[in-house]
Design a binder for this molecule. Sequence first.
Ligand code: FAD
Length: 532
Amino acid sequence: MSVTQKIAIVGAGPMAIYTAKGLLHGDVPIELTIFDATDQIGCGMPYRAGMNADYMYCNAFSREIPSITQPLVSWLHDQDDAFLTAWDLAREDIDARDFYPRVLLGEYMKSEFNQLCEAGRNVGHILRILPNHNVVDVIPTESAIQVDVLTPDGRSSFPFDQVVLATGHDWPASPNLGQADLVSPWPYTNITDLPAGQIGVLGSSLSAIDVIVALGKEHGTFIEEGEKVSWFSNPEREALSITMVSHKGIMPEPDFYYPYPYERLKHVNPEAISAEMEKGTDELLERVFALLLSELNDAAPEYMENLGPDAQSIDGFSEAYFRHRETVGGLRALRETLTAAIKSKEDKETQHHRYALLRGHENFEMIQEHLSDEDWKTFNEKLMPVFGDCYAAIPHISVRRVLALYDAGVLQIIPTGPDSSFKNNGSGGVLVKTIDGEIEFEALIDARGQAAAVLSELPFPNLVSRLADPKDDLVQPFKLDLSTQTTGAVYCLSMPQVLQRHPFSQGLPNCDELGRVVSKDILERIEVGASG
Ligand SMILES: Cc1cc2nc3c(=O)[nH]c(=O)nc-3n(C[C@H](O)[C@H](O)[C@H](O)COP(=O)(O)OP(=O)(O)OC[C@H]3O[C@@H](n4cnc5c(N)ncnc54)[C@H](O)[C@@H]3O)c2cc1C
């Protein structure tokens, strides 16, 4: 193709940055336009000040955050003393294994996005970065993909050859569940504006921890002396009482030590999984799970023995995996797991079962698009909770703050069990049925995290009406199958739609990986001059 290809990315969060990185590193000169509905270019929703408080931490340590033009630690070292002091950072303490606040990461991403664009322009690409441009529709036509945008000056249409949707998180402003109205945790001031009282938090994973810490900061003070963290209520805020309610009433485990760069797994590695895939899709999940079991039995025999013989099957494993924490109780178990995680970090000795699960579950990504309906159901019901739990390792500072609230007697966690129900109490609060009976909250904050959504829920009516099959799952390379004959292409990396079939693809390393897949496909299409 001799004419410069016009490419658009809708959204300017991490997914857009890593996709742009792939495109701009290609040999073909392109004309790239990036739209964002907000005035914040380059940081996305979880890393944006105002949406998030500066005490909310990223759960990936700095070296795990994929570099944009330079790694996070190098960028931090380049900042002046005033900047570091404002973030309570000493230059000598900057460490590739440390966890940093998400809003600080947002600063890194914004600055790096500018660097990336400058580097792109320097090698001959044309870039247009358009903040405050809300894309309201995407219309495939025979000769182009038309993008309709609400700009600060009114509605406009732009034609492109290829469009990547990277619209990210989608949260209802007023969430509900059953017959209950919940409070959205975004922006975080929705949480901190609540008066101290009986506050419920729906969920007990990473989003719930953000909520709890925000309530603690708003209504009291965390005193941090070395590793010890205590919490004291502010005057007249003594009424604060926080209850997490979740299905099992347990929390994920604290971050632990593991080798980085990662060490290759012996059994559940990409080559072994590819070999299983070549044998066909019959019982594929069972066969790949057998590889995971071999990994666990080999690397952590004592752990597997403690889980008991039932853990040698998918059904039994998922029950056995949670049993100890369910028996000990959510917050007591959190303290116990913190002790083990601290030891792992001090001794630089990994927790073998956790490493096998953390790295092993990522390789299940290879089979997710190929599972039969029955296997997919089993995966969602049995393995998803385990993998979601092992993926959500909590930074120790957040664990200590949660435990400080527990020690101060203002935090508890109660399982709802399978028969939960939620309804408004008629006076602005919510009634929740748990295994301990009905509990009444003055407000219930929704901390369940991002829900998956089907393609037909994309907020672009003309695009949805031209999907070949709106029930299709998104499969690699994330190019939409359209009923309109067009020379253009639309790729979808919007988070809720990606999560439908790729439920663990929402961390920053995944944004990098998915961005590479899409940018590679686009560049290949340009190179072969493909149409349609
Ligand atoms: C609370 C929270 C905490 C998280 N913490 C971590 C973490 O610690 N570590 C980790 O690795 N991952 C974390 N994640 C995962 C996170 O999903 C990704 O890191 C990342 O934010 C996904 O990037 P994105 O660009 O897809 O979406 P987003 O960050 O949501 O960005 C999407 C962008 O698109 C723009 N946009 C949306 N619609 C339109 C439109 N119609 N027109 C124009 N622009 C539009 C939005 O304004 C936004 O800027 C967290 C997620 C959440 C929700």
